[in-house]
Write a protein that binds this ligand. Structure first.
Ligand code: GLU
Length: 488
């Protein structure tokens, strides 16, 4: 019987969760879901200086916000814990001892300075620098004595010379590396903390991980890991290295390309369902033409066979478009609850909101729903409804008001006579006004738009006027007319 699928997402808590990490987590999650397997969240905190609990918490919150859950992890616990590497030091010990005993690893007393000068020497000879210490040949007795004296030592893995390491990869096929380019590398630092390459192998083994799905940037580490698996006499997990995410200029995605962390996207008002949908398409392609998927639909459709070897290009325009599509599908209630923080930040809403005001806010948001791609754009689009009378913007808006003076005066007279102040009646009133004055199209609508909003763009005119209210419209038209009269 096939073993239960177990995958892991193993972030280093040295910063926020980025787009690339989120995509790795997503692919792991989808793969596990599809196969009815388990997802482990392991925190790789062996970098003692840069790892923080704050980053760990932020990463977990970002994952949860995206809807990506885990079956075992630092907070949920599980049978194969603990799930923080620094809490697993007792687990690495026996494996290291075994390697030392079998001569597959050795103590190294070299100081950082000694190693650096050796490195420089190799570079000056035009060689690729790799470790070439003498500690391998130290007599056993000397090693024992120096350790007993309390001398600091790291433990190095002895890399077999002249071999080829073949990595079977579910995305990339077979990838071959030569061991001659790999120097004996440290597996336990002199402070007793394991290095990434060692901890990752022991943990994946001990946690029963069947598939290692991670970013391509780890591929160069994988031959070292494969050698450790061999030395421990263990079978390899299946590897799948997913391609890099590039910025639009085809260089590796970085801060230069704009927002990169999930928190930043969240703050800008992207919806988690849009972001995961977009991330899924970065490197994976569905069988059908369809582009819109919920997480559950993705889990049904996902397979590693359709993950491409070529790098994915992060197209923020496409993400914006997709997010805009998701925003358009929100009900007025959800649109309001999602937009409220942005309205509050702009000073457009505060405290408890009365039911009538809530209905008005919903209508305001619906009127701009097709014009925003992410929610941080809401205040700008909605600004026309807030802050009372508006002076017309410089340029064309002013010109329309100047030219439309008579029209605006007439409209001001008629506003009072519109029966119920609703969109239909307003539309009708504008139509009749145009007919009576023999003005139509732009010459009719633009002066009115400029007078009530100060600008020439915005929501549908009857909707805008309806939501501004009869009094609001009167006030704004009167203000514009006054503005023309006093204009120098
Ligand atoms: N801790 C590594 C990172 O955050 C991931 C290692 C792995 O997936 O093997 O990049």
């Amino acid at each position: 019987m096939e073993r239960e699928t177990r995958v892991r997402f193993a972030p280093s808590p040295t910063g926020p969760l980025h787009i690339g990490g989120a995509r790795s987590a997503l692919f792991n999650w989808l793969f596990a879901r599809r196969r009815g397997g388990k997802m482990v969240l392991r925190v790789e905190d062996t970098d003692t200086e840069r790892s923080t609990r704050e980053s760990e918490a932020e990463i977990m919150e970002s994952l949860r916000w995206l809807g990506l859950t885990w079956d075992e992890g630092v907070d949920t616990g599980g049978e194969r814990g603990p799930y923080r590497q620094r809490e697993r030091l007792h687990i690495y010990g026996p494996h290291v001892k075994g390697l030392l005993r079998e001569g597959k690893a050795y103590y190294c007393f070299c100081s950082a300075e000694e190693l650096e000068s050796g490195r420089q020497e190799m570079l000056s000879r035009g060689e690729v620098p790799r470790h070439q210490g003498d500690c391998l040949s130290l007599p056993h007795e000397e090693v024992k004595e120096r350790l007993a004296r309390g001398e600091k030592a790291a433990i190095r893995f002895k890399v077999p010379a002249g071999r080829e390491v073949v990595i079977p990869d579910l995305v990339r096929g077979e990838v071959t590396f030569k061991t001659d380019g790999i120097g004996d590398f440290i597996i336990i630092k002199s402070d007793g903390i394991p290095t990434y390459n060692f901890a990752v192998v022991v943990d994946d083994l001990e946690m029963g991980i069947t598939h290692v799905i991670r970013a391509e940037e780890h591929l160069s580490n994988t031959p070292r890991q494969v050698l450790i698996y061999e030395a421990l006499g263990a079978d390899l997990p299946h590897f799948a290295h997913i391609s890099l995410i590039l910025g639009e200029d085809r260089s590796k995605m970085s801060k230069r390309h704009g927002a990169t962390s999930i928190f930043q996207y969240r703050r800008m008002g992207y919806l988690p369902e849009a972001l995961v949908n977009y991330l899924a398409l970065l490197g994976w392609s569905p069988e059908e033409e369809e582009e819109f998927f919920t997480l559950e639909e993705l889990a049904r459709a996902f397979s590693l066979d359709r993950v491409t070897k070529s790098p994915a290009v992060f197209d923020s325009e496409k993400l914006n478009w997709m997010n805009g599509c998701y925003l358009r599908k929100l009900s007025p209630e959800r649109l309001l609850s999602h937009s409220l923080p942005y309205l509050q930040e702009a000073g457009y809403a505060a405290g408890e909101i009365a039911p009538e005001r809530e209905e008005w806010l919903k209508a305001v948001l619906v009127s701009i729903q097709t014009k925003v791609e992410y929610l941080a754009q809401v205040p700008e689009q909605a600004s026309v409804y807030f802050g009372g009378v508006k002076d017309p913007e410089e340029g064309e808006a002013r010109e329309f008001i100047r030219k439309g003076r008579l029209l605006l005066q007439e409209l001001l007279q008629r506003v009072e006579g519109v029966e119920t102040w609703d969109e239909e009646n307003i539309k009708e009133a504008l139509k009749v006004l145009g007919k009576d004055l023999k003005i139509k199209g732009k010459s009719l609508f633009m002066p009115v738009r400029a007078a009530v909003s100060g600008q020439l763009w915005g929501p549908e005119l009857p909707t805008l006027m309806c939501l501004l209210g009869r009094e609001g419209v009167k006030e704004r038209i009167a203000h514009s007319l006054k503005w023309v009269e006093t204009e120098k």
